[in-house]
Design a protein. Structure first.
Length: 329
């Protein structure tokens, strides 16, 4: 009886610990975009553009909303290939995530419709003007694609949401590199690979851990984690170089080191690289445990920390996309 009570107390403490970690993650996800511009801009001489914090938060929400359904589709496909896998799978969050993405994309489209200014009211929003610009058309594409993805996720064939989600990724890659930039298609290609791999990594790991929690100690859990680790092993290798190269292409090579410390964009980019280094260490730790530990499922602990850290990276990414590029070609 005492042993059972101790086990129950331990489970409750573990549950409270996870709840606290999630709350801290959500808090950081909100605080970083909202308050990030001020310390990043301090001492640079750059002006804080109106609405940078809110736009950064919306971008972070959009990236998170994209990662969740992409990760679910990825891991569910892996789970179907695991021999003896339990039939039960976690309840999908795709419908809710795509709906949140739709709201975030709609809010961002309203900013584009007012000339990239935060609208003061409905009268300031020129919906028809969205069709007259490249950014406006891409913003509308993201709104419609998220709506279509939400409807697909709620239907009897949730796998069809892969096509509207792909449209969101393509639109975001094109939006990130305007035609005034030097070789914009190369930059868009780098961002495309970056977004796909980042979504598979963050969203896939989240759903894999949810699946393992549902399957408890089933042997299929270790097999699923191993298959995810093998496929996901190449994702960090692709995410960091493509993201860094896509960003650094916007700066003349001879000014990169200076801009990494003297501009808000460079500082946030540097912070993201440092965070990604920490995430990569956690990912390596999880994979070492998976390969060498007697119980492969002990790799779940560093993997959970990896998910939390990836959430912070998503928040920083949202802020980075909202800051003005210091020098455009």
């Amino acid at each position: 009886m005492t042993r059972t009570r101790v086990g129950a107390d331990g489970a409750r403490r573990s549950g409270r610990g996870r709840a606290v970690a999630v709350l801290v993650l959500v808090g950081l996800g909100v605080v970083i975009p909202l308050f990030g511009p001020a310390p990043a801009l301090h001492g640079t001489g750059e002006a804080d553009a109106p609405g940078t914090g809110g736009i950064g938060l919306l971008r972070a929400v959009l990236f998170a909303a994209l990662s969740i359904p992409v990760g679910e589709l990825f891991v569910r496909r892996l789970a179907r290939s695991v021999p003896g896998a339990p039939a039960a799978v976690p309840r999908g969050w795709s419908t809710a995530a795509n709906s949140v993405g739709f709201v975030a994309a709609l809010a961002l489209a309203s900013v584009v419709a007012t000339g990239n200014l935060v609208p003061g009211g409905l009268a300031d929003i020129d919906v028809g003007g969205l069709y007259a610009s490249r950014d406006g058309k891409l913003a509308l594409l993201e709104v419609n694609a998220f709506l279509a993805a939400a409807l697909c996720a709620a239907s009897g064939r949730p796998g069809t949401q892969v096509w509207p989600l792909a449209a969101v990724i393509v639109a975001e890659a094109l939006r990130a590199h305007p035609t005034t930039e030097y070789s914009p298609l190369i930059g868009s290609g780098l961002t495309l690979v970056h977004l796909v791999c980042a979504s598979l990594w963050a969203g896939g790991l989240l759903y894999a851990l949810r699946t393992l929690r549902l399957w408890r100690r089933a042997e299929a859990g270790a097999a699923l984690l191993g298959r995810y680790a093998r496929v996901a092993g190449v994702l960090p290798v692709a995410v960091t170089p493509t993201g860094v190269c896509s960003s650094l292409r916007r700066m003349p090579p001879e000014t990169v080191l200076e801009q990494l410390t003297d501009t808000a964009y460079g500082r946030v980019l540097l912070a993201k690289v440092i965070l990604m280094t920490g995430v990569a260490v956690l990912a390596l730790w999880a994979r070492i445990r998976l390969a060498r530990a007697k119980d492969p499922l002990t790799a779940c602990s560093p993997a959970r920390a990896e998910v939390y850290a990836l959430g912070v990276v998503v928040a920083v990414s949202g802020l980075l996309t909202a800051l003005p590029v210091p020098i455009r070609w």
